[in-house]
Design a protein around this ligand. Structure first.
Ligand code: FMN
Length: 165
């Protein structure tokens, strides 16, 4: 017999990839944690990130027209928590966490040196859907770590480890 679940409880069984979105505007670089991000096209290579207009990062992306998606490793949970609960309005998260950055190859937002991969994105479309903005980004350049790292994943508020077959 199946339990009658609430919509909120059911949707928390989705697996989230935990990433940082970086933006730079008027010389200020900021990062925030995102889970609601996915690929939506192969050619061109497009991804979508769902970001609340209340986030400081939101307007930085609107004004600059670009963002960096940095995929975190399974060892970077503390970074995701800090960047997901503190705002760039109040603190320089990159300096506080001593995140190493390297210049991007196409866009103005730096890459993060120690994450699993960086995807440089130019915004090609955006839509306000419900209480979030969907930013559609075209991936114009990317890098990936040389070591065999695992991504940081979450389900039901807990981090998961990939089972490798
Ligand atoms: C695990 C996790 C996932 C999150 N995913 C999203 C997301 O997909 N979209 C969003 O708008 N906020 C998301 N947040 C909340 C933002 O990261 C948070 O509000 C952050 O402080 C915003 O930073 P900013 O004000 O510097 O932009 C998430 C937070 C956590 C902890």
């Amino acid at each position: 017999m199946r339990k009658e679940s609430t919509a909120a409880a059911a949707i928390h069984h989705l697996v989230w990839p935990i990433c940082l979105i970086g933006a730079k505007h008027r010389g200020k670089h900021n990062v925030m944690t995102v889970a609601w991000v996915t690929q939506v096209s192969v050619d061109p290579l497009l991804l979508v990130a769902s970001i609340s207009p209340t986030r400081y990062t939101h307007d930085m992306i609107v004004h600059s027209g670009e963002f960096m998606l940095s995929i975190l490793t399974s060892e970077q949970k503390d970074i995701s928590s800090f960047c997901g609960f503190r705002s760039g309005r109040d603190i320089d998260k990159i300096a506080h966490l001593r995140l190493k950055t390297v210049p991007a190859s196409v866009i103005g937002v730096p890459r993060l040196a120690d994450c699993l991969a960086n995807l440089e994105c130019k915004v090609v479309d955006r839509h306000l859907v419900g209480d979030h903005t969907l930013f559609v980004g075209e991936v114009v350049a990317a890098d990936i770590a040389e070591q065999n790292l695992q991504p940081l994943l979450m389900c039901q508020g807990k981090t998961l480890k990939l089972a490798v077959n």
